[in-house]
Design a protein around this ligand. Structure first.
Ligand code: ADP
Length: 541
């Protein structure tokens, strides 16, 4: 480009006022000026294009090189061939040939061979000296070959290793391009400056942006994320910013996206960090709008069905209870036996519908959540006393650990959660402890904590849980199936509901167990400031 500009400048001097033309031999012909102008424009355009698409950089450079060689040839021929003052340009161009690989060399060799043949055939012998030809044409090529090729491929013996590595890298890069382009999920790579570095075809289709338009832009102008309340996401809540800050991967299923066409999609999104904190991340996302709608419909169906079926079951339960009550009905012992079984089954069915109703609410976020400051110690004691009759009926001893050791004074442990949810969880764990412990056993409840957390543990001396079942215990409908549990009725929904409720309360639930010896269930919740609740009742509603 500089060379073309120089040629144009020299041509321009011949039109300047006064006598700016240096010497007549420096006069540039219009043809050379046109070629130089074309080279300048084409080189500029190719340079801009190659900045956007690096794949074609070497081709565009070779095209620009061929064009400048043509301009130089024209100016040299028109200003005296080998005696031209511009012959130095050719020396320079010869030295650069090596930069363009074998194609650059071949091009310059062919041009020089043709020109030298022309010189020796057209001009009288002796006019063109052999030494000048060697100096102007051959030496720059050799210099170029040695200097530039060595710079590109250092160490002669390493040449093969270098080219093998380059080939391998290019193959790996091609393969990963193929994989990324074939992935059905959207993939976007974001650099440390928040700009999009890569966007695969699936992402382009999902968000309605072309690769050319999106690449290099701030990801926030392409990936317009909304939170669960449909508000534009803030930088603090933005998972991409969080990953860039913390370098920890994040998975979200609660965000939506506004496409280029203004359509709203619900996304499942995984953001993974790349390299050092803040250096970049990869976003993998897919459209789960239909899946969410389908789940909502299923949950609505389950919840409506359970709600509708609960009413007749409650009626059956009530009438059977009346039949079993000696004050309201007279039945013989045989009928009592049948009705007792019917009453237990109706109870079980009622519990199943209640669990299904609660779960469908928990799953689609319809659970009422009214956080209240709760004094954990008195709250847990209250729940224990509510299950005391069940424990007594099975000759199970319930122990409240802080009471059994008066030396230990429990700190004021408060949590700020919905009391109904908390009660449901602890009561479920206590009921399970009683259910899965043989008569004569013990179920102990303890409270521990630190500055940030309060943990309630329910420890039984029951049948225990086999190690292979533990990872599945909090899944929907999962029941341990062995000779110990077969006789004990249940739905496999209690612990799943506990997990859902604990997650709603931003806590954690887990179990440790030794099969045949007993189990320990833990519920950890964030500890709240020790503000006394308004009244004792408010904790127990
Ligand atoms: P359900 O008790 O109605 O079957 P849960 O979800 O409450 O359903 O429990 C799932 C399974 O976990 C139970 O079927 C039982 O096998 C096992 N389990 C739960 N609590 C205990 C416990 N305290 N001791 C031993 N096994 C337990």
């Amino acid at each position: 480009m500089s060379l073309s500009a120089l040629i144009l400048l020299l041509w321009g001097t011949s039109y300047a006022p006064g006598d700016l033309t240096l010497v007549s031999s420096f006069i540039v012909t219009p043809l050379s000026a046109i070629l130089a102008a074309a080279t300048l424009v084409v080189s500029l355009v190719l340079y801009i294009l190659s900045r956007k698409n690096e794949t074609f950089q070497h081709v565009t450079a070779l095209v620009a090189y061929i064009m400048i060689c043509t301009s130089a040839s024209s100016i040299i021929i028109s200003t005296g061939h080998m005696k031209s003052p511009f012959i130095a340009i050719w020396l320079l161009l010869g030295m650069f040939a090596g930069l363009f690989g074998i194609m650059g060399f071949l091009f310059i060799c062919v041009v020089e061979a043709v020109y030298v043949t022309y010189l020796f055939t057209q001009q009288p012998s002796g006019t063109t000296s052999i030494s000048a030809v060697i100096f102007i044409f051959i030496v720059p090529l050799i210099v170029s070959l040695i200097v530039w090729r060595r710079q590109i491929q250092p160490g002669g013996s390493d040449d093969k290793a270098y080219s093998d590595l380059a080939r391998e890298l290019s193959q790996v890069s091609n393969k990963s391009d193929i994989v990324i382009n074939a992935i059905a999920d959207g993939v976007i790579a974001v650099g440390g400056s928040n700009t999009i570095q890569l966007i695969n075809p699936a992402a382009q289709t999902l968000i309605g942006w072309d690769k050319q338009d999106a690449t290099g832009l701030d990801y926030r102008s392409v990936l317009k994320l909304l939170d669960s309340k449909d508000h534009a996401i803030t930088d603090e809540a933005d998972p991409i910013q969080q990953v860039l800050r913390t370098n920890q991967p994040i998975t979200r299923d609660d965000l939506s996206l506004i496409t280029n066409a203004g359509k709203k999609l619900i996304l499942s999104l995984v953001v993974s960090p790349v390299g050092q904190p803040g250096s970049g991340c990869i976003i993998v996302f897919r459209d789960i709008t239909d899946q969410v709608a389908e789940n909502r419909q299923k949950a609505e169906f389950v919840s409506t069905a359970s709600h509708e079926m609960r009413t007749p079951v409650a009626a059956i339960e009530g009438y059977v209870a009346l039949a079993l009550n000696p004050q309201t009905a007279t039945i013989d012992d045989k009928a009592r036996g049948y009705l007792t079984k019917a009453h237990e089954s109706a109870n079980h069915l009622g519990q199943l519908f209640q669990d299904l109703l609660d779960i469908s609410k928990a799953e689609d976020g319809r659970l009422n959540n009214s956080p209240t400051p709760i004094d954990v110690a008195s709250f847990v004691k209250d729940v224990i006393s509510s299950v005391q009759p069940t424990a007594a009926a099975k000759q199970i001893t319930l122990v409240y650990a802080p009471d059994s050791n008066p030396q230990i004074i429990l700190p004021a442990y408060f949590v700020n959660v919905d009391p109904n949810h908390y009660r449901e969880v602890i009561s479920n764990l206590l009921t399970n402890g009683i259910k899965y412990t043989k008569p004569g056993g013990t179920v102990t409840t303890d409270i521990t904590g630190d500055v940030d957390h309060v943990t309630v543990s329910v420890i039984d001396t029951g049948i225990g849980i086999p190690a292979e079942d533990i990872p599945h215990l909090f899944q929907k409908f999962y029941r341990v199936d062995n000779s110990d549990t077969r006789e004990i009725g249940g739905t496999g929904l209690g612990l799943y509901l506990c997990r859902k409720l604990v997650e709603t309360m931003n806590g954690r639930i887990w179990v440790e167990s030794i099969y045949g010896k007993g189990s320990m269930f833990f519920v950890e919740l964030p500890r709240a400031a020790s503000t006394a609740p308004d009244s004792n009742e408010s904790q127990q509603n």
